[in-house]
Design a protein around this ligand. Structure first.
Ligand SMILES: Nc1ncnc2c1ncn2[C@@H]1O[C@H](COP(=O)(O)OP(=O)(O)OP(=O)(O)O)[C@@H](O)[C@H]1O
Length: 310
């Protein structure tokens, strides 16, 4: 559905996107992650025809994003962070405006509006002004609007940012319903890594390059091992003991808690506890998460990049 080849973007003497190539398959959810300034927005804007590449090519739904902008625009729906709804208009009026803008045939407008309102459960609110809507309802209406012209690909940039956990869960239900029922391809960016888990594949970008692309499960497997989170009565002495152990892949000190990465936690823990002569306060063993994957590939914690943004 999306074919990116040797895509490059230079701003004056800064190379924001460096010759990247990747594909997004029809019907998949593609998660696009990376620290701030990695080049994600620049890439997405080029794919969505909003920014001209310095070089390289992008094909979407068989159309060239540079030479066939209108065809590409008809093939995509965009749901970006900013609320671009007209607050003074009703939900219905907002959708009608979008139909006119996208030249949806007059005879089809009512049916399509009804259809998308049903998908996001806003049929009963259709005649209310948007200014009376909650944050979650507004986001659902934006999703509905992004679907009106039957896009083949939906770009979702932080679709749930600023929403409470319950509303976030609802938005995801709608998005998954769309994928299942309509087979729409989704290109997703998010700072919530639990949400990125939903992706069929994840691409991680850093410093203008795509550093890995794989399924969430494969990425976790790739970085491998188990993570032991340990706190003891004597922190420094514990770290010294850990560092002597040859079976350890990595140790990171998180204040009171030490994160120890090992290939096999069962073998390690039994052996290690025998050597440790200080009392253990807490011991937790877990498998790598997407946050560990993000950290391993970019050297940054995604929540740190989020704080920087705020
Ligand atoms: N219009 C511009 N002119 C000059 N430099 C730019 C411009 N837009 C972005 N950049 C630079 O290009 C690099 C990539 O920026 P981009 O916004 O694509 O990153 P990002 O991964 O989307 O980051 P974020 O998560 O913060 O949105 C950054 O170093 C940024 O400062």
């Amino acid at each position: 559905m999306i074919e990116v080849r040797n895509l490059h973007k230079k701003y004056k003497d800064h190379h924001a996107v460096k010759n990247i190539s990747f594909d997004v398959k029809k019907g998949e959810i593609f998660g696009f992650l990376g620290p701030n300034g990695a080049g994600k927005s620049t890439t997405i804007h080029m794919i969505c025809t909003m920014l001209a590449p310095t070089s390289g090519s992008i094909m979407i739904n068989g159309y060239d994003a540079v030479k066939q902008k209108n065809k590409v625009r008809e093939s995509i729906g965009i749901i970006f962070q900013e609320n671009t709804l007209d607050e003074k208009l009703t939900a219905w009026e907002n959708l009608m405006l979008h139909c006119k803008f996208y030249k949806v045939p007059k005879s089809e407008r009512k049916t399509r509006i009804q259809e998308v309102l049903e998908i996001v459960d806003l049929v009963h609110e259709k005649n209310k002004r948007v200014e009376t809507f909650s944050g979650g309802m507004k986001r659902r209406l934006e999703i509905a609007r992004g679907l009106l012209h039957y896009p083949k690909v939906l770009f979702l940039d932080e679709p749930t940012v600023g929403l409470d956990p319950q509303t976030r869960a609802h938005i995801w239900e709608y998005i998954l319903r769309l994928k299942e029922k309509q087979g729409i391809t989704m290109f997703l960016t998010t700072h919530y890594l639990d949400e990125a888990e939903i992706s069929d594949r994840i691409g991680i970008m850093d410093k203008g390059e795509i550093i890995t692309i794989n399924s969430p499960a494969a990425l976790k497997k790739e970085i491998g091992g188990d993570i032991i989170e340990l706190s003891t009565a004597e922190h420094q002495a514990t770290i010294a003991t850990i560092k002597k152990d040859d079976n350890i892949i990595d140790v990171t000190d998180h204040g009171d808690v030490i994160h120890i990465k090992v290939q096999n936690s069962d073998a390690f823990v039994t052996q290690f506890i025998k050597q440790l002569d200080v009392p253990i306060r807490t011991l937790n063993i877990r498998k790598p998460t997407l946050n560990d994957v993000f950290l391993a590939f970019t050297g940054e914690n995604i929540h740190k990049t989020e704080e920087k943004e705020a």
